[in-house]
Design a binder for this molecule. Structure first.
Ligand code: ZN
Length: 344
């Protein structure tokens, strides 16, 4: 079964199987769900099932061996059109939707989707990063959404439904995708051979929030170094706020990327602090049982206050506070709480 490689999303598969059996497929779908959970893979598998020459469409499966299946697996099927935001660009350019200004209407996704299928009995288009379409791109797409070519299917992928213009939303059938279960993320990490040991796979999965993309980012050596470093720093009783933030900034620098990527990494630094504090709280409340509360109520309160300070820092970061200021402020706050200068 072609779907065996996909983890989760069984409900969505059942829905599509029903729609195909009843010949009720829509012309346009909006696949909504966090990045890195398999929406794109789902869309491609769906297309492969509809293109497969051996297995009837209503079974919503593919043989993996016929010519269309081989082409789908190689990414060369002539009736599948795929566009996405180009690497390093913030927006999905209108040229990809309706062609360059010299060849407007004679190339691009809308033009290709309206052409007669080459080998299959329909054409399918997938727009990844659809949330990055600007108003011009979205408007260019409206005509295709309103007057779709017979049998054509257009699938737009977006992390949130709100990121799409209402005019697009109302013309597409939404399909909601949930984050993957931790055990599925762990299994996929091992299957992709990103790591070979199960404990690391499980620990990464727990942090990844159901996203394989996040899991992969987390497994980058500098990000792991950042996490290990913060865990070590927060384990020490005394904390030098300037040294702590300087070390984190150096690792963020080493990770590279533009300012938005650096902000993402700073966000991870804060989340690693949250994780470390939560683990300590859990240890205190479980391993030591009620004794911990009896012997050191200050520690529990202090950890809770530190957690709150980290969550504040996360909000500051989202509100575009400069990264160094945000981290210095957070470590200074943590240090003060630890020294009892701030009431926990
Ligand atoms: Zn096939």
């Amino acid at each position: 079964m072609i779907w065996d490689g996909l983890r989760g999303h069984d409900r969505q598969r059942t829905q599509f199987a029903q729609a195909v059996r009843r010949e009720r497929t829509a012309h346009a779908y909006l696949f909504v769900g966090p990045e890195g959970i398999g929406k794109q893979r789902f869309a491609r598998l769906l297309a492969q099932c509809l293109f497969c020459a051996r297995i009837p469409n209503e079974q919503l499966d593919a043989c993996g061996e016929c010519a269309p299946c081989v082409q789908m697996q190689a990414g060369t099927h002539p009736d599948l059109i795929r566009i996405a935001r180009p690497e390093g660009k913030r927006e999905l350019p209108v040229d990809l939707i309706i062609g360059s200004s010299e060849r407007r209407g004679r190339e691009g996704l809308c033009h290709e989707l309206a052409l007669r299928p080459m080998t299959a009995d329909r054409r399918i288009a997938i727009i990844d990063d659809a949330q990055t379409m600007n108003a011009a791109s979205a408007n260019a797409l409206l005509k295709t959404l309103e007057e779709p070519a017979p049998g054509s299917i257009l699938i737009l992928l977006t992390p949130t439904i709100d990121a799409m213009l209402p005019t697009i939303q109302s013309r597409c059938q939404p399909v909601m995708f949930a984050p993957l279960a931790d055990e599925d993320v762990a299994a996929l990490i091992l299957k992709q051979q990103w790591v070979s040991d199960e404990p690391t796979a499980r620990e990464t999965a727990r942090l990844a929030g159901g996203s394989l993309l996040t899991a992969r980012q987390l497994l980058q050596p500098p990000l792991r170094k950042l996490r290990d470093h913060l865990f070590k720093v927060l384990k020490q009783p005394a904390l030098d706020p300037f040294a702590a933030s300087a070390a984190v900034l150096a690792i963020i620098d080493e990770l590279g990327g533009d300012s938005s990527v650096q902000r993402l990494h700073a966000g991870w630094a804060i989340r690693f602090c949250v994780e470390s504090l939560r683990i300590r709280l859990r240890e205190l409340s479980t391993a030591a049982g009620s004794d911990a509360f009896a012997t050191d109520p200050f520690l529990i309160d202090s950890l809770a206050a530190q957690l709150e300070r980290c969550l504040d820092a996360e909000i500051h970061l989202q509100r575009s506070m400069p990264i160094p200021l945000c981290l210095e402020g957070m470590f200074d706050g943590l240090s003060r709480i630890r020294r009892g200068l701030v009431q926990a």
